[in-house]
Ligand binder design. Sequence first.
Ligand SMILES: *[C@@H]1O[C@H](CO)[C@@H](O)[C@H](O)[C@H]1NC(C)=O
Ligand SMILES: *[C@@H]1O[C@H](CO)[C@@H](O)[C@H](O)[C@H]1NC(C)=O
Length: 332
Amino acid sequence: MLLCLWGCLRSLTDPLLLSICFVSSPLVQGSPRGAVTAREMSRAQDRLSPGQALWKKFRPIEQLKEEFEKLNMKMETDYEIMVKLISKFNSSASTLDEKVAALYDLEYYVHQVDNAKDFLSLGGLRLVIEGLNSSEATLKEHAAFVLGAALSSNPKVQIEAIEGGALQKLLVILATEQPLAVRKKALFALSSMLRHFPYAQQQFLKLGGLQVLRSLFRQKGMEPLHQMEEKRQQYQQVRLVPAVLEQDWCAVGPRLLALPEHDSREKVLKLVAALMAVCRERYRGDPALGTALSLLRSEYEQLAAQEQQDGDMDGYFGELLGSINTIIQELR
Ligand SMILES: *[C@@H]1O[C@H](CO)[C@@H](O)[C@H](O)[C@H]1NC(C)=O
Ligand SMILES: *[C@@H]1O[C@H](CO)[C@@H](O)[C@H](O)[C@H]1NC(C)=O
């Protein structure tokens, strides 16, 4: 008690310490406020080493304050670090290696939803979208990596990114000759962009995204062109399978089958068929895909019958029905 009084006197200039000191005295311990503070104090006291026991009466409050300050500091630190990394990446004085290192570190921070929002408000998102345009392959690769991480499960970033033109830039990367590492990260960013974001999925189709993907899976490798078709599956399995599986393309295709336009469905069916070798097991385990295919089959059976009645024996709907039946057969 003496110690406490001394502490109280000593801390007269500090209202927080003073009030806690008073409510911790036995006289006011019955009040709710006193109860809470006492519990907090005893919890803090548990962390004291035996040597500090003498100071029990008021020392814990200082410790609480200290811990609180540490917490505050940590919250500031992520933000501050991102500010530094963004300006490092943005600075014309930085070397290529420094910029790549800044992106590499940023990728770690933007995984967190709150950090990703800060990244957005700091202008970092715009910078990495511009980075997709870089003439340096390694900058493109790391910019796409940061973008994909920031987009993951973050609708706010998804909207800003699509408005900032990220989708077009990613498709340009995927449609052009690029090192495999760049394409992989671009695929990663693209799938983060499309995941749970129907608007982006529509835009993807409008911009010819499926054709881009199909030609990506067919891209010129070391093989002469005439062997391509035959080598395609092999190529797919050897080089692109990790990217495809990692980025969950097996799930994106079937989800897009719900689109209402025949033209979009035709493209999605081609994608599903193109990925059959890689995704067969995933497709088989996906009851929604089975249901979607059966529904489409009955719809196109009717349309194809109508088409035939109208005298068109090799019509568009008949062709779609053919692709659906092939897929269903391959999934048996
Ligand atoms: C990047 O640098 C430019 C030119 O120095 C500056 O105008 C811009 O505000 C910077 N952007 C960010 C997000 O720091
Ligand atoms: C960036 O890429 C877009 C196409 O995605 C192109 O229209 C634009 O000119 C490019 N800008 C620069 C600075 O390269």
